[in-house]
Design a protein around this ligand. Structure first.
Ligand code: G3P
Length: 221
């Protein structure tokens, strides 16, 4: 059960990495635009965060943006040269799946993104993807049951003994999406940082802590 952060903000990643609970990072062109910096520099810095401590090298998804599989592979090579923890993210299109096949054959990890159907998941698994990213929030925006999609993918992968393609739930908008994704069988959930922060908060924890603090002060008066 792994947690990734869905952000290109290196400062935020460094902060949450200190918890020891973060197993990887996903980025995309929109998140890169928000960061407003050179994507190769951003991916290099994120890669170093995970290489800095011994316990986990993580998986950092860097998305290629190109019209042809050949161009995707060229961009992928540049990202892959940054470090062993780089995963190449390609869209679930004809060209993206071709690129996935070629990169997987070279033992480069691939995350096939923008998955909205079981059919796409089956093709991505056959193309050798290490990760597939069903977009839960965007499924719901379009009246598709994203959580049911995860359950279906899980069931089909199990029936066909597909063990090398991990279901990475993405486009997560709430803590209920997190819980429901894991319940449906997601191997990984990638979280916007604010959802990660919400996960450890509970009003009853705050109330209980306030009472404990008060009683501790009373005892030590
Ligand atoms: O992981 C994909 C994510 O960045 C997209 O999220 O909320 O824009 O659909 P959203």
């Amino acid at each position: 059960m792994k947690i990734f952060l869905d952000t290109s903000d290196v400062g935020v990643i460094k902060h949450h990495y200190q918890t020891g609970l973060v197993d990887g990072v996903t980025t995309n062109p929109t998140l890169m635009m928000q960061a407003g910096r050179n994507p190769v520099d951003v991916i290099s810095e994120i890669s170093s965060v995970f290489s800095g401590r011994g316990y986990h090298i993580g998986s950092i998804s860097a998305e290629v943006v190109a019209d042809s599989a050949e161009e995707m592979v060229l961009q992928a090579e540049q990202y892959h040269s940054i470090g062993e923890n780089i995963t190449i993210k390609v869209p679930c299109t004809y060209e993206g799946l071709k690129a996935c096949r070629e990169l997987s054959e070279r033992d480069i990890k691939v995350n096939v993104t923008l998955i909205f159907s079981l059919n796409q998941s089956i093709l991505a698994a056959k193309a050798g993807a290490t990760y597939i990213s069903p977009f839960i929030g965007r499924c719901e925006d379009n009246d598709i049951d994203g959580i049911d999609l995860i359950s279906s993918i899980k069931r089909v992968f199990k029936l066909n003994s597909i063990t090398t393609t991990n279901i990475l739930a993405a486009s997560i908008r709430s803590i209920d999406h997190v819980n429901d994704s894991y319940k449906a069988g997601a191997d990984i959930v990638t979280l916007p940082p604010k959802i990660f922060e919400e996960m450890y908060k509970h009003v009853l924890t705050d109330q209980g802590l306030a009472q404990f603090d008060k009683d501790w002060k009373e005892l030590n008066k």
